[in-house]
Write a protein that binds this ligand. Structure first.
Ligand code: PMP
Ligand code: GLN
Length: 387
């Protein structure tokens, strides 16, 4: 028999699924896969339930229901001063589909794409499935500093796009305006595009600010910006994402979406539209609450002798476990899952090759008592007191 698609057949099961299954098997607290353990805002969830019953359950418009496209456009104007209208927006089934749709919209086989490691698990397989060529530039712990020379060298006449994730998973890095300016210059000088995975746009802490690359001079027409209701409303299972671009690019993204999922559940879309119109207090308290959770977990890990790295956004903080454990990060995450009954994700999973091997990524988007219990379990396992 002829073999199935070789790239997919060779792709392993995602680390998030592997570690969640292991967590479940051992009754571990799952600080691996990034999902909150409480529901998002009640009014949004109730609206979705109501919208299931008012007779709009057939295929919605392909690019998204008008309410949500208008709400995404309004949010772009409200939070970032971007001049966006509903025809610049395409609604997708989660940011995961949005990433694939944007890459499909921009790439021809043989085009080069600049990617920054550590990277989210779908980026590389999708780039390769499209026959495009990844050019990897790496950030290294503990500072995750942008290596500007290497980044500039990764661009060439063959470059079609850069894929930028800020706030970044797994590092928690929020690219600052200076770094964004440098990236924007490279994009413009090399006449390329940017796909910006900004799913954690509202989960930014302290004095850090999320600035969309799209808002920099000259970038409006060159950028596709991706958001996710899953992250913005703590409803990761809903899988409602949205792409903002100029109308010309957005129409090509819509063609990709047409061939991937075609549409996304209309009831959830309408509820997300209500969510995006929530007042500033909602967005501020979401970030504040996660910042407090980051601190709670980071302080606890530090006390246990696992120094954490700076994380200014996202759901995640990485910790150096080398003082406690001799093996690599895969062995560490497996061991703490099985023996301490706390699960984390090995940071090496986010690198293609030669990864750093003594960092684990912990998700802090959990209830306080769950974080405390995880720290207690780790403390007992390491033979240290948790407080
Ligand atoms: N990009 C990044 C960086 C992520 O961490 C996630 C997490 N789930 C996604 C995309 C996917 O988002 P969604 O659940 O909306 O598909
Ligand atoms: N984004 C989530 C994480 O990084 C996982 C999403 C998934 O399991 N695909 O943990």
């Amino acid at each position: 028999m002829k073999p199935p698609n070789s790239l997919l057949a060779a792709t392993g099961t995602t680390i998030f699924t592997v570690m969640s299954a292991l967590a479940q098997q051992h009754g571990a607290i799952n600080l691996g896969q990034g999902y909150p353990d409480t529901d998002g805002p009640e009014d949004v969830v109730e609206a979705a339930a109501r919208f299931l019953k008012d007779g709009r359950n057939q295929y919605p418009p392909m690019s998204g229901v008008q309410e949500l496209r208008e709400a995404v456009a309004a949010a772009n104007r409200r939070f970032y001063g971007l001049d966006v209208g509903p025809s610049d927006v395409v609604v997708t089934s989660g940011a995961t589909e949005a990433i694939t749709a944007c890459l499909m919209a921009l790439l021809d086989p043989g085009d080069e794409v600049v990617l920054i490691e550590p990277l989210y698990d779908t980026y590389l397989p999708v780039v390769r499935m499209l026959g495009a060529i990844p050019r990897l530039v790496r950030l290294n712990p503990p500072d995750w500093e942008l290596p500007r020379k290497e980044l500039a060298a990764a661009f060439s006449v063959r470059t079609k796009a850069i894929l930028l994730n800020s706030p970044m998973n797994p590092t928690g890095k929020v690219f600052n305006i200076d770094e964004l300016g440098f990236i924007a210059r490279l994009v413009i000088e090399n006449d390329t595009y940017a796909v910006c995975d900004e799913v954690y746009e509202h989960l930014v802490f302290g004095s850090a600010r999320h600035v969309p690359l799209m808002s920099l001079p000259g970038m409006r027409e060159r950028t596709l910006r991706i958001g996710s209701a899953g992250k913005t409303f703590s409803l990761t299972g809903w899988k409602v994402g949205y792409v903002t671009g100029c109308a010309t690019l957005a129409s090509v993204v819509a063609k990709a979406h047409q061939n991937l999922t075609f549409t996304t559940a209309p009831n959830l879309q309408r509820a997300v539209a209500l969510g995006l119109a929530k007042d500033d207090a909602y967005f501020a308290s979401l970030a504040e609450s996660l910042e407090a959770k980051r601190d709670r977990l980071a302080v606890g890990l530090n006390r246990l002798g696992l120094p954490t790295l700076r994380a200014e956004g996202s759901y995640f903080v990485s910790a150096d476990f080398s003082a406690h454990f001799d093996g690599d990060d895969v062995a560490f995450c497996r061991t703490i899952t099985e023996q301490a009954r706390v699960t984390a994700i090995p940071v090496s999973a986010f690198y293609e090759r030669d990864p750093p091997r003594h960092y684990a990524r912990f998700a802090f988007c959990k209830q306080d008592h769950v974080l405390d219990e995880a720290l207690t379990r780790l403390g007992q396992f390491f033979g240290t007191r948790a407080t």
